[in-house]
Design a protein around this ligand. Structure first.
Ligand code: IVH
Length: 683
């Protein structure tokens, strides 16, 4: 059957359009049509290809869904070896690197291209006459595996090199090198699915990316969302490639349709290398992907040539690694801790290790189901992760020292702190001590929460001190801290007169908290600091909140039935009312500060573009930490939530913004960049 010309034309047009939208979505992070429109185009192409199978070519976007499974990967010899980088962990090593280069080149302040070091898998992509023809893993640097079919499923890898203007000649051959990785949010999504299917979870995004890329069945790879970033070129026959600097090569690669690191920069001299390292280290936990350090590369190609290579790495580049966030250590035991709301948490006791910049001896195991799913037993070598502010956790076993199902962990049936019965929370994996305020562990935690930084912020009343005060029966409730005497304090070990009087002074000074702070400090189940701020903003008065019923509470957008019920439960508990009354009568006399913004918001006199508006932050901000941005927005009466919906007023997109950005485009939500947010904050 011959194919009508207009059909072939339409197929070509659709392919081009789809790849262009794909590029805008995956590489530029700036889609110009909603997902539904994209799906329509894709479906139309699929239909035409089904009717005219002769038209199907390997480089059609429909073929990204994955080809037939392979028996094994074939091997590919790299046309030039894929080298590795020399590593540095210490500042001094970076200094030595800079000095060596400066001396060899006879230059004072050498120019470097700097960028994050992606924690993924190195791959090489070969393009012939503009089409992607072969893709391989790094392997041992000389011989890698042919993973072409799998790489074809990665949407940020162009199937064709872009030609932006007619004068761009398509190179006869071009090898792009870069890293395949899985975004953190895609990793979380994948693990959620694995859990649902009762299949093994992946330890971290890197393992998930490796497992997905080295899949013999490309249709499985296609279901895993992988991402690619280019960082260099290999062998090529391409007249257009810049011959002056590495940063221009990167720009060129970008212009050809490949994603490159948005956080890259060009800096001069060793001191600037270290400040870049510091800056990226702070950005790290907000980036949408895992990185394990930064890479420094001498920018001038002529200078690179002068410096040359050792047998395994270039002398003109250095990987400055961050302290590892995951390490292996021995599991010495599993303790059970009782939290503020009575929830029992299994906590791993570990052979102390240095991880993520601190020594860790305990890590959470979350709950009984998690312990069993991870199949950890005492004596096993386990992988411990400590990343940013997140509490250290055991992510899995590195080496199983005991056969499966021996030494199985079970939750105690009685609370280890007070002996009360333990009950399972309906529909959850958590179990809770039923002892309430009779349980000393819960009381301690409630007081510790009350005095914490985001709570009443009582410096000098640390966890150990609270434990001692409760154990000795000196205090029983958070209200009792205000009636502590100097004698009681100095009767405790390691407590001098000076610290005792400082603490009493702080207690006195902190008797005028904002309503929001006070609500948060009470430690009502399911009421975090964002909800507390929202409650303070809406009710503006503690007594009104105390008397609110479930229906009234649910008027607040983020308060659903569960949270509302927790609040009314809290205020219907006699013991809690007793403590609250103590706060507001002599000799404690807490007086809540007027919240400056509340009145204004309630009577509508505040016309700020922020008050009452809902924001979602995505990607990394360069001048503000996300925490700061959140605080600033909230101080002006705005709200920051984590997911984009029709109710979202603004999405603030930093660098490397992810799917929230796409969602905002889809729903037509106003997107601000960092500068626009800063402007809004000043208005
Ligand atoms: S430049 C000669 N830039 O790190 C190799 N490498 O430890 C030049 N890597 O095999 C590589 N992110 O897979 C470069 N932004 C980045 C990188 C990066 C990750 C990997 C790469 C390389 C390994 C070396």
């Amino acid at each position: 059957m011959s194919i009508p010309e207009y059909i072939s034309q339409q197929v070509l047009k659709l392919r081009e359009a789809i790849e262009q939208h794909n590029y805008r979505y995956s590489v530029l992070d700036a889609p110009s049509i909603p997902d539904s429109e994209y799906d329509k185009l894709f479906l139309e192409l699929q239909k035409l290809e089904q009717c005219y199978p002769q038209l199907v070519t390997l480089d059609s976007p429909t073929q990204r869904v994955g080809a037939a499974p392979l028996k094994e990967f074939s091997q590919i010899t790299h046309r030039s070896p894929m080298l590795s980088l020399s590593n540095a962990f210490e500042t001094a090593e970076v200094g030595a690197f800079g000095r060596r280069i400066g001396e060899k080149l006879g230059i004072d302040k050498v120019e470097y291209e700097v960028e994050p070091k992606f924690d993924g898998l190195a791959v090489s992509l070969l393009y012939k006459n503009g089409s992607f023809v072969k893709g391989s893993t790094r392997g041992d640097g000389h011989i890698g595996e042919d993973v072409t079919l799998n790489l074809r499923t990665v949407k940020s890898i162009p199937l064709h090199i872009q030609t932006s203007t007619n004068k761009d000649r398509i190179p006869a051959s071009l090898e792009i090198r870069g890293e395949v990785l899985m975004l953190k949010e895609d990793f979380e999504k994948l693990n959620r699915q694995q859990r649902k299917k009762n299949e093994k979870e992946f330890m971290n995004p890197r393992n998930a990316a490796a497992g997905s890329l080295r899949q013999l069945d490309p249709s499985v790879t296609a279901t895993r969302r992988l991402t690619f970033f280019a960082y260099g070129i290999g062998e090529h026959e391409d007249e257009e490639i810049p011959r002056d600097t590495h940063s221009n090569i990167l720009k060129y690669i970008f212009s050809r349709g490949f994603p490159i690191a948005k956080e890259r920069d060009v800096v001069h001299g060793s001191a600037a290398l270290l400040s870049y390292y510091q800056k990226v280290k702070e950005l790290r936990e907000h980036l949408p992907y895992d990185i394990d350090g930064v890479v420094y590369i001498v920018n001038s190609l002529a200078q690179q040539k002068k410096l040359g290579f050792t047998s395994r790495a270039p002398r003109f580049a250095l990987a400055h690694k961050f302290p590892a966030q995951e390490v292996v250590t021995e599991l010495l035991g599993i303790d059970v801790q009782v939290g503020r709301t009575g929830v029992l948490t299994p906590v791993a006791r570990l052979e102390p290790v240095f991880v993520g910049g601190a020594t860790v001896a305990h890590a959470t195991l979350h709950n009984e189901d998690e312990v069993n799913r991870k199949d950890v037993s005492i004596g096993d070598s386990v992988i411990v992760r400590r990343a940013g502010d997140v509490i250290p956790e055991v992510v899995g076993i590195a080496e199983k020292c005991h056969p499966r199902n021996t030494n199985r962990f079970t939750m105690p049936e009685k609370c280890p702190a007070c002996g009360a019965k333990v009950e399972r929370i309906p529909n959850e994996s958590a179990v809770r001590c039923t002892g309430g305020q009779f349980c000393a562990a819960q009381r301690k935690k409630a007081i510790q929460h009350f005095v914490s930084r985001r709570g009443m912020d009582i410096e000098g009343l640390g966890e150990k001190l609270v434990d001692q005060l409760v154990d000795k029966g000196i205090i029983k409730t958070p209200a009792d801290i205000y009636t502590l005497s100097e004698e009681e304090l100095i009767s405790l070990p390691h407590m001098g007169k000076k610290s005792a009087s400082n603490l009493l002074e702080t207690l006195k000074k902190r008797k005028n908290p904002t309503l929001a702070r006070f609500i948060y400090a009470l430690g009502i189940r399911n009421v975090g600091d964002t909800t507390a701020k929202e409650l303070a903003r809406v009710f503006g008065d503690f007594n009104k909140l105390k008397e609110a019923n479930v229906e009234t509470l649910q008027v607040i957008p983020d308060v659903g039935h569960v949270v509302a019920q927790s609040i009314t439960d809290f205020f219907s508990e006699k013991h809690n009312i007793k403590v609250i009354n103590k706060f507001f009568s002599k000799p404690v006399d807490i007086e809540l500060k007027e919240e400056v913004d509340i009145r204004k918001i309630q009577d509508g006199s505040n016309t700020s573009k922020i008050s009452g508006k809902t924001f979602v932050l995505t990607g990394a901000l360069l001048n503000l930490s996300r925490e700061d941005a959140k605080e600033k927005i909230e101080n002006l009466g705005g709200k920051v939530t984590s997911s984009v919906s029709k109710k979202t007023n603004y999405v603030v997109a930093g660098t490397a913004a992810g799917s929230k950005y796409d969602k905002a485009v889809e729903l037509g939500v106003v997107i601000l960049d960092e500068a626009e947010l800063l402007q809004l904050l000043q208005n």
